[in-house]
Design a protein around this ligand. Structure first.
Ligand code: FPP
Length: 237
């Protein structure tokens, strides 16, 4: 029988890690326990994505809107992210390129140093690109790209007509990578929630009724199978 890895090679997938809070509440645990379990699943699924031979994986860890959550919850997610950064150094050996999406300038300066260091140390790798979105917002990313091009136009480096879709794409956090073939959202929700608004123009949406802390390799296999049943026309017929 065909294994999902046979047809997952080269795919680019965005994953909205949702349902941590509900998973914890169902068990009478604090929401932070859901994030802790969610971080373990994240680590496991990243390795599986690598095994499957994806070209890019984009994980939504923390949005620009998530600061509105209670301070202990925000603190826990940031702590888990900090723990993860220590592990991320191992990706250097696994031939993965690691990139962080979002505005890192407001994060703990130690984290910023580590993020910059991990990106630099993995920049030459040729395997899957692992993208972790932290303090990320799709609208914010588009505004940033527009400002960058406006600055170039004001400085006379480009003409306004040179502000094209390609030029915008080149200013995004994902420059040079493939737009997600599909965006996966577990936990039954059907929203993008400000994730990859520019890049998702033609992405398929795959929703699943499993909460992120329960998410397994078999669930990712199922999502890829579901994606493969879709017929993508990119606006054509
Ligand atoms: C959404 O679930 C999840 C988040 C806002 C945080 C995601 C964070 C992790 C998986 C762990 C930390 C990340 C890294 C990179 C180590 P929710 O809390 O909104 O769930 P709910 O909708 O059930 O309340």
């Amino acid at each position: 029988m065909a294994h999902p890895a046979d047809f997952a090679k080269g795919l680019s997938i965005g994953i909205i890690m949702d349902g941590n809070g509900r998973w914890a509440q169902k068990r009478g645990l604090p929401r932070t326990a859901g994030h802790k379990r969610g971080a373990e699943v994240f680590d496991d699924i990243v390795h599986y994505c690598n095994e499957l031979g994806l070209s890019s994986a984009y994980f939504y860890a923390f949005s620009t809107e998530n600061w509105r959550r209670p301070p202990e919850e925000v603190g826990m997610i940031m702590k888990l992210f900090g723990d993860y950064l220590i592990k991320a150094y191992s990706y250097e050996k696994e031939n993965n390129k690691v990139l962080f999406m979002g505005d890192r300038t407001v994060l703990d300066p130690h984290y910023q140093d580590e993020m910059n260091d991990i990106e630099a140390k993995t920049a030459h790798n040729t395997g899957m690109v692992l993208n972790v979105a932290i303090n990320y917002g799709g609208r914010q990313e588009i505004v940033g790209a527009a400002q960058a091009l406006a600055r170039k136009a004001a400085a006379g480096v480009i003409r306004p007509e040179e502000i094209t879709e390609e030029a915008m794409s080149a200013e995004m956090n994902t420059a040079g990578q493939k737009d997600p073939d599909f965006i996966l959202r577990p936990s039954g929700e059907k929203r993008l929630s400000n994730f990859m608004l520019w890049q998702a123009a033609y992405s398929e949406m795959v929703e699943m009724d499993v909460l992120w802390p329960d998410f397994t390799h078999a669930d990712l296999d199922r999502a890829i199978e579901e994606y493969n049943t879709r017929s993508r026309r990119f606006g054509g017929i």
